[in-house]
Write a protein that binds this ligand. Structure first.
Ligand SMILES: [Zn+2]
Length: 183
C-alpha cells in the first residue's frame, strides 16, 4: 500500500507522462505535514490558503490509509492566479525542506526519504501547465464544502501548530496522534 502523485494530464513530452512520486503511507503523512506546516506559514490570500487546505485534506487518519494519492490536475487551481500560485507552491516546498516550523514535531521524521519526495513534487508542480487546469476541480471541491468547512469560514488555524484546519481538524494533530498510537 502507498500513495502516488502524478500530473494527471498528458504533456507533449512523453517522458513527463511517467513523472510521478510514490510513497509509503507513513511517509505520505510526513510529506503532507511538512507541506501544511510550511504552507500555513506562507499562505496569504484565499487562493493560497485553499491550496494548502486541499493538501491538508489528504489526511489518512480521516479518509483511510493508502487513499490519498492524487493528480496535480485535481488541485483547486484558478487560471487567473495560476503562475502566482505555482510559484507560491514551489516556495512552500523549498521552505518545507528546511524543516522550519516542524523540526521539533519531526524528530522521528525520515528526512532522507522525505527530501527527495519534496524535490520530485517540485518537479511535478513545475511541469504542470495553466492549460491543464480543469475548472471543474475547483468548483466541485468548493461546492461540496459545507458552511462550517474551514474553507468557507475564514480559514481557522490549529491553536497548537498554527496550521490551517480542514473539515477533518488539524492534519498535524491527527498525524501526531497516529504516531503515538503506533509507538
Ligand atoms: Zn494541530
Amino acid at each position: 500500500m502507498g500513495n502516488t502523485i502524478d500530473l494527471g494530464c498528458h504533456t507533449e513530452n512523453t517522458k513527463l507522462d511517467h513523472l510521478h512520486l510514490s510513497m509509503s503511507n507513513g511517509l505520505t503523512d510526513w510529506f503532507i505535514s511538512a507541506l501544511v506546516f510550511s504552507g500555513s506559514q506562507l499562505a496569504k490570500g484565499e487562493q493560497e490558503k485553499r491550496l494548502i487546505v486541499w493538501l491538508a485534506e489528504r489526511d489518512q487518519s480521516a479518509v483511510g490509509a493508502g487513499t490519498v494519492g492524487f493528480s496535480i490536475s485535481d488541485m483547486p487551481w484558478n487560471r487567473e492566479t495560476f503562475f502566482k500560485d505555482q510559484s507560491f507552491l514551489l516556495t512552500v516546498i523549498e521552505h518545507a525542506k528546511t524543516g522550519q516550523g516542524w523540526r521539533q514535531f519531526g524528530a522521528l521524521c525520515p528526512k532522507h526519504l522525505l527530501l527527495p519526495q519534496l524535490d520530485q513534487f517540485a518537479a511535478l508542480i513545475s511541469q504542470f501547465q495553466c492549460f491543464d487546469i480543469q475548472p471543474s476541480s475547483f468548483d466541485e471541491w468548493l461546492t461540496q464544502a459545507t458552511e462550517q468547512d474551514p474553507v468557507r469560514c475564514g480559514f481557522p488555524l490549529c491553536p497548537i501548530h498554527h496550521t490551517l484546519l480542514t473539515v477533518f481538524g488539524c492534519q498535524v494533530c491527527n498525524h501526531e496522534r497516529s504516531i503515538h498510537n503506533l509507538t
